[in-house]
Structure formats: C-alpha cells, structure tokens
Design a protein around this ligand. Sequence first.
Ligand code: PLP
Length: 393
Amino acid sequence: MTVPQPPEPIPGARLLFSLDPSVSHLNHGSFGAVPVAVQRAQQRLRDEMEANPLRFFTQGLVDRIAHARRHLATFLGADPDGTTLVGNATTGAAVVLQSLALRPGDEIVTTDHGYGAVALSVARECGRSGAAHRTLPVPLTATAEEVVEIVRTGLRPGRTRLLIVDQLTSPTARLFPVAAVVAVAREQGVPVLVDAAHAPGMLPATVASVGADFWVGNLHKWAYAPRGTAVLVVAPQWRERIQPLVVSWEQDSGFPVRVEWQATLDYTGWLAAPVGLFALRSLGVDRVRAHNAALAAYGQRVVGDALGVAPERLPDPGGPAVAMRLVPLPPGVATTLDAARELRTRIAERLSAEVSIAGWNGHGYLRLCGQVYNTPDEYDRLAVRLPTLLAQG
Ligand SMILES: Cc1ncc(COP(=O)(O)O)c(C=O)c1O
C-alpha cells in the first residue's frame, strides 16, 4: 500500500522546544508545547514581577495586558475592542454561558462532537437555571452541507438561546463549516458560540470571517503561547452583557477589562504570548501549517495501515490545514472514557509515545497530531509497535 510522502522537516525546529527527546510527542493538540524562547520571555516577566510585585501589579499592568490583547486579536483577525483575554477556552465558554441569564424553557444546543468540559459547563448552567441541553447527532462522515442542514433543522427559534459548535472538534478531529453554521443560525435568530480551541495558529480562517456572536480560541495550543492564554471574542451587541466569572476591581471598567482583570493572578503568560506568535512567524506560519497538516496525514496513514484500516475508512478532517487526524481502533477497544485513559497511559509507558485516545459514539479512536518538532519515524515506530500492544489487550 503506498503511503503519502512525509513533508520535508523544518530544519532546527525541534531544538526550539525543551521536549523530552526520549518520547514521541504526538499529541500537541491537548496541551500544546511552549518554545524555549517563549518560556524565557515569561521567566523574564516573572523575574520583573518578583523584583517588585507592587510596582508590577500597580504601574501599567492593565495597559500591558491591553497591548498583548491587541497584538493577539490582530493576529487572529478579531476586533481588538471585542476581544478579552481568558485563561482557557473552557473559561471563555463558561463566561458566555453564565452571561446569558438562562430561564426555564430556554435551551442550549450542541453537537455530539463537542468538548466534554464545555458540555459539563452547559449542564451546570442548565441545572442552575432550569434550561435544557439538547445535543444534535452529527455523523463522523457528514459533509459540510449535511452539517449545516442538521443545524438548520435542529434549532428551535425563540427557544434555542445558544448554539455551541466547534471549529475543529476534539474527539473526532473534524473541521466544521462554522461560517455557514453561523449564517444558518442567524437566519433563525439563534446566537452562536464557536469553540475554536484549536484554531489559533493552526487554521488560516480569521475570527471576523466566521462572524459568530462569541468565539473562543486557545493561544496555548497551536500558537505557542504559555499555558493559560486564550481569547473570548464577542460581537458588539453582546459586549455589555458579558460578565466575568469572578467580580474584581475592574468591574466598572466594562468589557473587555472587567473580564480579564482577575486581581492577583499571574498575567505573565499573556504578556509573553506575542513572543509565541513571533516564534511562529519566524518559522513561517504557512510553512508550519503545511508541514503539520502533511505530517498528521502521513501519521494517520502509516498507523492506519498498521492497524489494517483501509485508507477510505480513515476519517477525513474536512480541510487541508488540519494537523490532527483520527485512526479508528479495532471494535471494542477504548470505547469508554476510562478505557481510553487506560490505553493512552499504556501507550505512553510501553511505547514512549504521547497520543490522544477517545471513545466516541461507541467506537475508540486514536488521534495523532503533527507539529514542527515531530519526525516521520516517530509515527513509523508507533505503527510498528501498536498492533502488538493492542493484541496484548
Ligand atoms: C474543542 C475544544 N474545546 C475546548 C477545549 C478546552 O481547552 P482548555 O483546556 O484550554 O480550556 C479543548 C481542548 O483540547 C478543545 O479541543
């Protein structure tokens, strides 16, 4: 069986990271990896903070955060005045949910490809308010047109207070046609939160081109920012209604400052985040995107071949820039959360490879990512050794 050629490596890229060289890090998507230059930039900011905490927090910090926010928003093609920094995508989603003032009779609609922690947040908000949570099933192989149609017929205007749709899904690595989904929801007057946790740095689409009411994205995954760096972008008509999860001293400053100022937190990650974008630009954003997507496609094919999965059964992510791909596991393997966690740990311990395993709709999937620090032989090694490990049960 012919496997696509892997991309040319980006020379020296692995050396930009401090990753343990004895491990194949094939799951950039879950927690990212921070280049050494970005780690150093954050450490310098921490040194400054610890040299004089009073001066650091009270003289100009709000302005420095605003500067970082504008930098990140501009990179993402988002309106800087509609962008607020938050700790992560899950927090951004929770901020939106608790700002909606849900009531009994309202409903939140999601798809069955949504992120688990965001679904838990929806469940809590619905439990508090008496609203309902309805999940739209979307087949793994649905075309973009079918996804839009499922959403179009799945909304209940007047009742659906929010649709949450993921730009690139976590358990299934599917690119959803979010701009078209937003358009079809808008026709019915339903606001949309786009969970774009993986988009910054990976996907070329701008936030403005999606046109959502709310958009959350993590900079600490594919944009090389320190962990704890994410943005929530809010359309003008909603900004006044957005409340922080925790009220703090900038409450009267309005959006976006009242959301991002959370008193004595460590803001050094946000301040260092532009250095992550600098690292990405230095490597060449388009080059990195093309490399990562091609490497993930290569990994999907070699590991899929090794597990006897025919190429036409390998799920297509739905777009060329996607640097995360799924390989279906044999029936019955890793179908539950516990079994998926157990298998992931076993692969890490026995094969020295970090991957993501998820059970979705009764089937187990292995998710592989491509990043500039990865090489084709890491996927080759996994492909050689995984069948034996799975056969051992
Ligand atoms: C689609 C999606 N939403 C939300 C998240 C949560 O990100 P965080 O843990 O940074 O809040 C993830 C994490 O992988 C994700 O894939």
